[in-house]
Write a protein that binds this ligand. Structure first.
Ligand SMILES: Nc1ncnc2c1ncn2[C@@H]1O[C@H](COP(=O)(O)OP(=O)(O)O)[C@@H](O)[C@H]1O
Ligand SMILES: [Mg+2]
Length: 340
């Protein structure tokens, strides 16, 4: 295997300290993804430079000139605090002719906007929750055919920012309040979606042209204290103690309704192609009790820490974590923008 110079781009606050490998795993929790990637790539024999990027582009240009990376490992989720700007950084890498891991700029733009991506999927007859976007500053008027309960979210943010049990609304008063909450607190447009009761499952896909779908994983909340409806709130996703207390785990999805397990890999690859994704992505679904599959969203550049859904699904498929990261590098090097 060729030794590569890898420029790992990440939030400056999450650059692992030099002694990170000697710290207990809990101490590394905030930057576990960055640590897992940098450390594993180093163990694979690559030369890795971790670069904190947030407010300025100049450090990228300087690193590209001085370090001459073969490939950038993109761990950025935002730029200048804006989650929609990650694609601008990827566009810069394309202009600088630096291959990169993960998704291309167009796929990022399309899938980050929860209404736009759903419109494309509807055109291709893929089942998504009915929805209505509520732009900042405009009056909240619910289309009559959009029935309660609804779940209200930011149109563009991810990581469940602003999502809690109060996001599920049951009448127009609650809808207006929650849309205003998203406008005021998250400071983005909002979207209200038909709330889908059911099991929450995730399918990882990797590839550019030839795609691989990983085994389906499920988000399971075991605790009897967590009364329904259960959703992946900020706490469910990011609060370790809360996860332990409520028995929150992601594990292999077993005993799905007939036909569902067989459909998910093909469906996930179709969605990946429709949204123009590349590198790797995780497609999130709900499976309702009547056995229908509803696509909630596609996440390009999903969480890639060793213990999280994507890498766990890869491990389930017999792809070790180092092998997975190497495949992401290879896909980046072969990325369609650089093939010609
Ligand atoms: N239409 C929906 N029906 C049921 N649950 C939903 C719906 N939309 C979101 N959720 C719940 O909220 C979580 C976060 O929503 P999601 O759209 O994935 O936002 P984010 O981009 O912040 O991850 C989902 O994982 C799911 O548990
Ligand atoms: Mg999500």
């Amino acid at each position: 295997m060729k030794r590569l110079r890898v420029l790992a781009l990440m939030h400056p606050d999450l650059v692992p300290p030099p002694d990170a490998a000697s710290l207990p795993a809990e101490a590394r929790f905030a930057y576990k993804t960055e640590f897992d990637v940098v450390h594993t790539l180093q163990q694979l024999g690559h030369e890795v430079r971790a670069l904190g990027v947030q407010d300025e582009l100049q450090p990228i240009r300087v690193a590209v000139e001085e370090f001459k990376p073969d490939v950038a490992f993109n761990l950025l989720e935002e730029f200048q605090g804006n989650v929609l700007f990650d694609q601008n950084v990827v566009s810069l890498l394309e202009l600088l002719r630096v291959p990169y891991t993960g998704c291309n700029p167009r796929g990022l733009i399309i899938s980050r906007e929860k209404a736009l991506s759903k419109k494309l999927l509807v055109y291709h007859r893929i089942r998504v929750p009915a929805f209505q976007a509520f732009p900042l500053g405009l009056k909240v008027r619910r289309p009559r055919q959009l029935a309660f309960p609804l779940i209200v979210k930011s149109l563009t943010e991810h990581s469940s920012l602003g999502i809690s049990k109060a996001s599920i609304v049951y009448d127009d008063g609650e809808l207006v309040d929650r849309v205003k909450f998203v406008h005021r607190r998250v400071k983005t447009d909002a979207i209200a979606e038909q709330y889908i009761e059911g099991r929450e499952v995730y399918v990882g896909v990797l590839g550019n042209e030839r795609l691989t779908a990983l085994p389906t994983r499920e988000l399971v909340i075991a605790s009897a204290h967590s009364d329904p409806p259960v959703i992946a709130t900020e706490k469910v996703k990011h609060d370790l103690q809360y996860q332990e207390r409520h028995g929150i785990e992601q594990k292999p999805a077993v005993d799905l309704p007939p036909g569902v397990a067989a459909k998910l890999p093909h469906l996930s690859k179709r969605i990946y192609r429709i949204l123009g994704l590349s590198g790797y992505a995780r497609i999130d679904y709900r499976v309702s009790p009547d056995g229908l599959i509803w696509c909630l969203e596609a996440n390009p550049n999903p969480e890639i820490a060793q213990a999280e859904e994507f890498a766990s699904a890869a491990a389930q498929a017999g792809i070790s974590y180092p092998e997975l990261l190497q495949r992401l590098l290879n896909l980046g090097l072969k990325g369609s923008a650089f093939e010609e």
